[in-house]
Unconditional design. Structure first.
Length: 540
């Protein structure tokens, strides 16, 4: 009895046949043409696609760029600024008759004054809080009455302001810049953590896809055996060897297995799509078909982590040292501490000491060189000033409120680090036990499959010899199928436990390395087999 006749005989709906056709064409059916059209895919290739295409990575990279821009803005406070300008003014004022008499022997009826001015200045704020400014002013004044040759004057001044209380020291002045740089470091650690998370997601989806494919193969083989049972029962009935009622049970069993196979096909489609999403595939490539080539990692007693108290402590210490998210949270504590120190400094009054020095020069003449030579020639006129300035608002509510906010944010960040340490520790404990228990589960599942195969062989032999019934055969057959699926799930749980252990301990990639150092076999075994004492005896 062929497959099409059997399905019709068992009452499979037309929609189910349509789904079967779609699944075959999509790449999950049992037809050999579908198998040949799919591209093979290895786990490391899946991860490479994730790192190359996933949009979340690009978004986080842009966030790092944004934070670098914010750090540059904060550094702009300490940039040296220059300013310069040139002015030329002409004024004409009428003279009274008396003024005209006073101005003899000049006969002008108005006073015409021409003033040329050039200024050059520089300002600089240092990260210690000290600020300096210097100016150079050059002026030439000519008129048609008393200063026809022209008078050139120069003034060079230097002012230095030294804060004694508020605004003194790098911690108070450069806190915004230091905090912005710390945020850049934290965002880069966020990027490293995101890389680990996306790699773990891809590995999880890859193993789920492998499990879905193997489950589909198990259910497909079970369906084929169900068809074979139906054919054999039909033949036994025709030979009058078994009751006719056995045909109904064989038909019902085949229908149930067909339903399981269709459900497995749907799960395989969903698993492939999830893997495509985790690999960052664009929308146009979501229909591409591929098959996983890597098999589950092998579990044995040699690659199982220890569960002693000292080893748990070692694993947790390594996790806190390797996890990029914990390092990022620690960086942000330092960032908030800088801002709190700056806010505390603002509570102090302003007490600034100012030093000033000036040099003045004067040269007569209307030539161009006379205009500039007044700064080095002429009548020297050095002068100096010193002063102190004190400013203190009695209420100082703005500074107090800012300090309360900054202190609260600092304490929040410290609590977040403490809570994250608790979560990481718990994740490590769960991950270690998951590896150990899943390895035991794999061994138990393998033994179960071997036992049910032997039991099925015995039931088949009894049925052929007329000593058993079809119900016993199909029951053991179904239990074997369940055991095979359980074996796949056990292998999947072990593979996922390794991914979980790797992620929990921060050993997928190292954030301290300048380049991505992902190893091809990173998910084939747990990162730690024991604590430092055992590792000293056995470096492997």
């Amino acid at each position: 009895m062929n497959k099409e006749r059997t399905r019709s005989f068992c009452g499979v709906a037309g929609l189910g046949l349509l789904l079967w056709t779609v699944f075959c064409n999509f790449g999950f059916g049992q037809a050999s043409t579908g198998m040949a059209s799919r591209r093979s895919l290895h786990l490391i290739e899946s991860i490479q696609n994730t790192l190359a295409n996933h949009p979340l990575l690009r978004m986080q990279q842009l966030q790092v760029t944004i934070n670098r821009g914010a750090a540059a803005v904060a550094s702009g406070k300490f940039d040296t600024t220059f300013n310069n300008g040139f002015d030329f003014n002409t004024t004409s004022a009428p003279l009274t008759p008396f003024q005209q008499q006073q101005d003899l022997p000049y006969t002008s009826t108005f006073a015409e004054t021409k003033v040329s001015s050039y200024s050059l200045g520089m300002n600089k704020v240092f990260r210690t809080g000290i600020s300096a400014s210097s100016t150079l002013d050059l002026n030439r004044t000519t008129d048609n009455l008393f200063q026809q040759p022209g008078v050139n004057t120069s003034n060079f001044g230097l002012t230095i302001t030294v804060p004694l209380l508020q605004g003194r020291g790098r911690g108070a002045v450069a806190a915004q810049e230091s905090a912005a740089n710390a945020e850049v470091e934290a965002s880069m650690l966020d990027l490293s953590q995101l890389v680990s998370q996306l790699i773990a997601n891809t590995a999880t989806s890859y193993w789920n896809f492998v499990a879905a494919r193997q489950t589909l193969r198990v259910t497909g083989d079970a369906e084929d055996r169900g068809e074979e049972y139906l054919d054999n029962v039909q033949a036994f009935i025709e030979a009058d060897l078994v009751p006719r009622n056995d045909l109904n049970e064989a038909q019902a069993n085949l229908s149930h297995r067909m339903a399981d196979r269709v459900a497995a096909e749907q799960q395989a489609v969903a698993s492939q799509q999830q893997l495509a999403l985790d690999m960052g595939k664009p929308a146009a490539e979501m229909l591409d078909s591929f098959r996983p080539e890597d098999d589950f990692p092998i579990s044995d007693n040699e690659n199982i982590p220890s569960d002693s108290a000292s080893d748990f402590k070692y694993y947790i210490e390594q996790a806190l040292a390797n996890r990029a998210d914990f390092a990022a949270a620690s960086r942000r504590v330092r960032e908030k501490r800088m801002l709190a120190a700056e806010a505390h400094n603002r509570l102090l009054p302003q007490l600034n000491l100012t030093f000033g020095a000036n040099y003045q020069g004067l040269v007569e003449g209307h030539q161009i060189n006379d205009f500039f030579s007044s700064s080095v020639l002429g009548v020297p006129g050095p002068s100096s000033t010193i002063g102190i300035n004190y400013v203190f608002p009695p209420g100082n509510h703005a500074a107090r409120g800012a300090f309360i906010q900054a202190s609260g944010i600092e304490q929040q960040s410290e609590l977040q680090v403490s809570d994250l340490a608790r979560q990481v520790s718990s994740q490590v404990v769960v991950a270690v036990e998951a590896v150990r228990n899943s390895a035991f589960r794999v061994k138990s599942a393998e033994r179960s499959v071997v036992a049910f195969r032997s039991a099925l062989d015995g039931q088949r032999e009894k049925y052929k010899n007329g000593l058993g019934n079809i119900t016993d055969v199909l029951t053991v057959e179904d239990r074997l199928t369940t055991a095979l699926i359980d074996e796949v799930q056990a292998q999947l749980s072990f593979a996922l436990a390794i991914v979980q252990f790797r992620f929990a301990t921060g050993t997928i990639v190292s954030y301290s390395q300048p380049t991505l150092n992902l190893q091809p076999d990173v998910f084939s075994a747990p990162p730690f087999l024991a604590g430092p004492k055992i590792r000293e005896r056995d470096p492997q």
